[in-house]
Design a protein around this ligand. Sequence first.
Ligand code: SF4
Ligand code: MG
Length: 326
Amino acid sequence: MASETQTLTYKVTDYKSEAHNDWCPGCGDFGILSALQHTLADLQLDPWRVAVCSGIGCSSKTPHFVRTYGVHTLHGRSLPFAAGLKLANPSLEVIVVGGDGDGYGIGVGHFVHAGRRNVDLTYIVHNNEVYGLTKGQASPTLQQGLQPKSLPAPNVLQGVNPLAMALSAGYTFVARSYAFDAKHLRATLTAAIRHRGMALVDVLQPCPTYNDLHDKEYFAELVEIEGRKVPRVYHIEDEGYDGKVADPNDEREVQFKLRAAFERVMRHEERAALGVFFQVRRPTFDERLARAIPALGAGGPAALRIADASGRPTTDLSSLVREYLV
Ligand code: SF4
Ligand code: MG
């Protein structure tokens, strides 16, 4: 993060676009967008070295509002686009943004396999438990039996736990934050972007238009635990929890921290636990490829020579083409 005395090249406004924003007043998406723009300024990332990639949904409009490269892709398909961007140009900081319906519903296959690959990406999921853009149907994270005002009857489906899915899929950074906890969200996004590997930041995001159960007031409430009134939203690090693996080569430590993270994210509680549940440095997809196929060299697939100095392709596909000639 830039220190206060450092001369800053980029200000927060440098990451703001002028595109018209039609999110509803009070939407948690505004908090996440602002935290992202502040984080990019904190990290002093050149806007031309950042690409924000999204799927479909209210939050997936984010690339239009951030003045960097951006790709607004297909429903549930942001992760493969982002992985392609990163593999083709490893010097880009690729940030993926989308909703819970986009990422954990139609995109859940890509969500799982992105963890297995461990491409160096940051995935920010705006989790509001509904499909906001299409009028508030239950999303995969809405728990069974809950009935926000947009549903005609309580949800009959079991809700998924995205953090547990990420842990089991191989994500090497798994965190939760809250749209209106600006300081925490900014610090979490900073850590996720700095992390080398596949990072998930699931962000609790009030949707005041369709989800009246988990709105801003709900998250601001005090809850009673063992006779004491405590804030609903709390930080696990304040309770001494440390999910970061200090020595990735120590498999016992890795397994210990992974089990602790599973226990923590599966806990049933009235409170909303925020923090980094698990973090480990594991070889990324390009590093694994370079090890498995030494001919690729240290630069991975992106460094493969595909043309000579005059631009003539060095890859000969003629035998492949001949195979398909009729
Ligand atoms: Fe935000 Fe919900 Fe409105 Fe979408 S429908 S912009 S998620 S408040
Ligand atoms: Mg949603």
